[in-house]
Design a protein around this ligand. Structure first.
Ligand SMILES: [Zn+2]
Length: 274
């Protein structure tokens, strides 16, 4: 599943493809992608509007149009393609395309093998209060240690589960939580309420460092994440624990272990992380 660095990479690609383009038409191939709106209503509203910018909140992409904001969540395997002409469509794009935006120059195609991704429309000026976005916590770039501490110290779950909860802090998914907790030397199974304010600062610092590096390398390609018409990310080559079961810890040399925490495969060093 794309996490913050992957979604940010997609956002930057979308800016280069579609910023300042006008939506001339929309063709739907799979109706269930739309939430809380019929296709006819969706089409009537967005055709003629310009894509003035593409923003991001957590793992949500937001196309800022003249009147509306189009909110897009990629979920498991959603991705965008840009084609100059529909003659460039290959069988893979044709088979799994969900919606095609005909722009004044080129075609922006939302594609989703698993069909879990969603799109909805909101008003441009108050999209942040849309129910999907309003519940998001702050990102590591915006939260401070006291705010994170206040969110964690009443929670009865372990720290990994709490950091995966996008209402506590937005942007970390399964891969980056494991990398952050390793960097911060905190065991994923620690009770969140036992994490000190000082450790919250370390978690924030580790999150910013790791997310920035991952954004710089255009994300991690583990199974299917690609951007920019099938380019791969590079951060998977710098993972220190995720997917490293049985490898030697880069800090202390003992073997990286794997366990299940809240239903998610979790990698850690039992020696470095306390
Ligand atoms: Zn270690």
């Amino acid at each position: 599943m794309p996490e913050l660095p992957e979604v940010e990479t997609v956002r930057r690609t979308l800016v280069s493809w579609s910023k300042n383009r006008v939506i001339k038409d929309v063709i739907i191939h799979y109706n269930n992608v739309l939430e809380d709106i019929t296709f006819d209503e969706f089409k009537t509203k967005i055709v003629g509007q310009r894509i003035n910018d593409i923003s991001r909140m957590g793992k949500y992409l937001i196309f800022i149009l003249d009147e509306n904001a189009l909110i897009s969540h990629l979920r498991m395997e959603g991705k965008y393609f840009y084609l100059d002409t529909l003659n460039d469509e290959d069988e893979y794009i044709k088979k799994h395309k969900i919606i095609t935006f005909v722009l004044d120059k080129g075609y922006l195609i939302y594609h989703d093998v698993r069909k879990f991704g969603k799109m909805k429309l909101s008003l441009k000026d108050n999209y942040a209060s849309d129910k999907s976005l309003a519940k998001l916590g702050k990102e590591p770039f915006d939260i401070n240690a006291l705010q994170l501490y206040n969110r964690l110290h009443n929670l009865n779950k372990c720290i990994k589960q709490c950091l995966l909860d996008q209402s506590v802090m937005a942007g970390l998914g399964n891969i980056y939580v494991d990398e952050v907790l390793f960097d911060a030397c905190i065991l994923p199974t620690r009770k969140a309420r036992g994490v000190s304010q000082e450790e919250c600062q370390i978690i924030i610092d580790s999150s910013i460092k790791i997310l920035n590096r991952a954004i710089e390398l255009k994300g991690s390609t583990i199974a299917t994440y690609h951007f920019n018409n099938n380019e791969s990310g590079g951060f998977q080559n710098e993972h220190k624990v995720y997917g490293k079961k049985g490898c030697n810890c880069v800090r202390c040399g003992v073997k990286i272990e794997k366990m299940v925490v809240g239903g998610r495969g979790t990698y850690y060093c039992h020696n470095c992380q306390k």
